[in-house]
Design a binder for this molecule. Structure first.
Ligand SMILES: C[S@@+](CC[C@H](N)C(=O)[O-])C[C@H]1O[C@@H](n2cnc3c(N)ncnc32)[C@H](O)[C@@H]1O
Length: 205
């Protein structure tokens, strides 16, 4: 089966179960405050791979005009119910054609790690295109080198692919961003797993 179908079908199958495992108080959610502290109220924020919209889009929507995108229909269905104040699109985030310079920030939690890693640079370049000058990007990326892995996750088949932290940070810089900070954070839905979180800014040199 195509790797992306494994991911889409997998999250369609476990949408409700994943949501019950998602904490609204974990360290990754607290990092969203970094966007709140830096952006004006009402700023336009893209949540790429938004899942069911909780906790990320829900948190951000208290302050910002949020557009969430996810290619799993069940996730988008839940997100529209759970975060009615945000806008949601059911689409592959690799194929986004939203307008150039249209967002103040892009946030993406635990989605890039499910995309074949040879596509990550294209994705970051498209985030760069959609961001306004000095726009912010808060991403969860891989912390370790993993070309491809498929294993059981919450009772479904799931696919992962990512580079190690150093390669990811270099890629973020090559795509036209300055790194404001990066740190490795434990994944509260997956005991033993941790990921790289990066806050970067477009063209602020
Ligand atoms: C682990 S969940 C995380 C959801 C949410 N960001 C959160 O933090 O709770 C990953 C989500 O990314 C979505 N996703 C993965 N690859 C995607 C792609 N290429 N395009 C759109 N959504 C994608 C999946 O459907 C899933 O809903």
């Amino acid at each position: 089966m195509d790797d992306k179908l494994i991911v889409r079908d997998g999250y369609n199958a476990i949408a409700a179960k994943y949501l019950t495992n998602r904490s609204e108080e974990s360290e990754d959610v607290q990092l969203l405050q970094e966007l709140v502290d830096r952006l004006p109220k009402g700023a336009k924020v893209l949540d790429a791979g938004c899942g069911a919209g909780v906790p990320v889009a829900k948190y951000l929507n208290q302050f910002f005009d949020v557009t969430g995108v996810d290619f799993a229909e069940k996730q988008i269905h839940l997100a529209r119910q759970l975060v009615p104040g945000a806008h949601f699109l059911c689409q592959d985030i690799i194929q986004l054609t939203l307008a150039e310079s249209s967002f103040d920030a892009v946030c993406s939690y635990y989605a890039i790690i499910h995309i074949p890693r040879q596509e990550h640079k294209t994705l970051l370049l498209n985030f760069h295109r959609m961001l306004k000058p000095s726009g912010l990007m808060l991403l969860c990326m891989g912390a370790d080198d993993l070309e491809k892995d498929i294993h059981d996750y919450h009772g479904t088949r799931m696919y992962w692919s990512h580079y190690d932290a150093e390669t990811n940070l270099n890629m973020v810089k090559e795509c036209g961003f300055d790194i404001l900070w990066s740190r490795v954070v434990a994944d509260s839905t997956s005991p033993g797993a941790s990921h790289l979180f990066v806050l970067a800014q477009k063209d602020c040199a």
